[in-house]
Design a protein around this ligand. Structure first.
Ligand code: PHB
Length: 395
């Protein structure tokens, strides 16, 4: 019996009991909706720990704003720390799907972990909402009706940054990143736009994830003397990289560009080394978006810190789930109806409202931001309403 049938059988029994009990209850109680079981599979330890926490905070903030329920349903959480470890990803996802029988998988941060998680979601037909991981395949060749993303593809902010670097007159660049899906795809996105505008990528440097021994790479960059450097790093590794780039004296001689993950939630820990950096991302500080102002003051009041892009993506994952649940007001969570509603949802995001592409990825403005103090202040729009090309998605 597959999971869907197993669940239907269990629900039928519950349903029969429900009918018997319902006959004795007032109408409202008899129609009470089943709860929704949410599996949060995120990193709570390791280099991406702060990112997993911010996503969780954002998700729970939206649920709290809805009175602790989503579309009238109680939310029950099941939580797994995925440690950003792809080797444990299938087992971790199965804990949520098979053991806990969650209705929806929400996760994760790391692209490699998300790829394994999405396979479990596809095979078990469990609804999945990705609140960060940018692996291009997830809304490309591996796109699926039950897999949605409220964040970005690795290509999106990187492409926008490559466009801006070329517009700023740079002709040559060197790239550096961790050797795994997110870093490699980000570098490709940057190169797509930079080369498309006539620029040349002199060398693509990589080191293993989550390594932070940057010195040999900085020495190589200094000797290659490119016009600009593009990197993809995030979390704890981003803090160490920017400090090292500054300490090596490169920050003042070779402009450093990145997808905004480099400086989101990390500027404080960089202790000034990130000041002035230009990055591209789907969120920024100082946006003129009414929803953002409310979101930020509520977030600061609840969590005693400022939100970042990860918190926004978690908040929007809960919003997207609510759109689906709105279509199945009572009783069973009919997945087909939920998917249809989610596909046509407009998400009232703090980043600015967005809709989803046919491949289930946000079509969104990518902002150009400048680091000032602990903020990534919006400077302009690097690429407006940017849709990922979704190469290879047949849906
Ligand atoms: C990813 O692995 O897709 C990833 C991780 C951290 C980020 C962004 C993307 O900040």
């Amino acid at each position: 019996m597959n999971k869907e049938h197993g669940r239907t059988a269990v629900r039928s029994i519950v349903g029969l009991v429900g009918v018997a009990v319902g006959a004795m209850l007032p109408l409202a109680a008899a129609h009470a909706a089943e709860k929704v079981k949410v599996g949060l599979m995120l990193p709570y330890t390791g280099t991406y720990a702060a990112l997993g926490t911010a996503i969780t905070n954002g998700f729970k903030q939206y649920v709290a704003e809805q009175g602790g329920m989503l579309a009238g349903r109680e939310v029950e959480y099941f939580v797994v720390d995925d440690e950003s470890n792809p080797a444990k990803a299938t087992e971790n996802a199965n804990k949520l799907v098979k053991r806990d029988e969650v209705d929806v998988l929400v996760g994760t941060v790391h692209s490699g972990v998300a790829l394994a998680m999405a396979k479990v979601a596809r095979d078990s037909k469990t609804l999945m909402i990705i609140p960060n991981a940018g692996a291009d395949e997830l809304t490309g060749p591996l796109c699926a009706p039950n897999v949605f993303r409220t964040s970005f593809t690795n290509w999106q902010p990187a492409y926008a940054m490559g466009k801006v670097a070329a517009e700023r007159g740079h002709k040559t660049a060197v790239t550096l990143t961790w050797k795994y899906a997110a870093g490699e795809q980000a570098v490709n996105g940057f190169a797509d736009a930079f080369k498309g505008a006539g620029g040349k990528v002199l060398k693509q440097l990589t080191l293993p994830f989550p390594g932070v021994e940057f010195q040999p790479y900085l020495t190589e960059i200094a000797s290659l003397k490119p016009d600009a450097v593009y990197v993809f790093f995030a979390g704890g590794g981003a803090v160490k990289f920017v400090k090292d780039y500054d300490a090596a004296g490169l920050k003042s001689s070779i402009p450093l560009y990145s997808s905004g993950f480099l400086t989101d939630g990390t500027l404080g820990a960089m202790g000034g080394a990130g000041e002035g950096l230009l990055t591209a991302l789907q969120y920024a500080d100082g946006l003129d978006v009414a929803k953002d102002k409310d979101f930020r003051s509520a977030y600061a009041a609840s969590y005693k810190m400022q939100p970042d892009v990860y918190a926004v993506q978690g908040y929007d994952a809960a919003q997207l789930l609510k759109s689906g649940l709105d279509a199945v007001k009572t009783g069973k969570l009919e997945q087909g109806a939920m998917i249809k509603a989610m596909e046509s949802a407009t998400i009232d995001s703090p980043r600015g409202a967005f809709t989803l592409s046919k491949a289930h990825n946000p079509v969104q403005d990518i902002y150009l931001r400048k680091a000032e103090g602990e903020e990534n202040k919006v400077v302009g729009v690097a690429a407006g309403k940017l849709a990922d090309p979704a190469r290879g998605c047949r849906m």
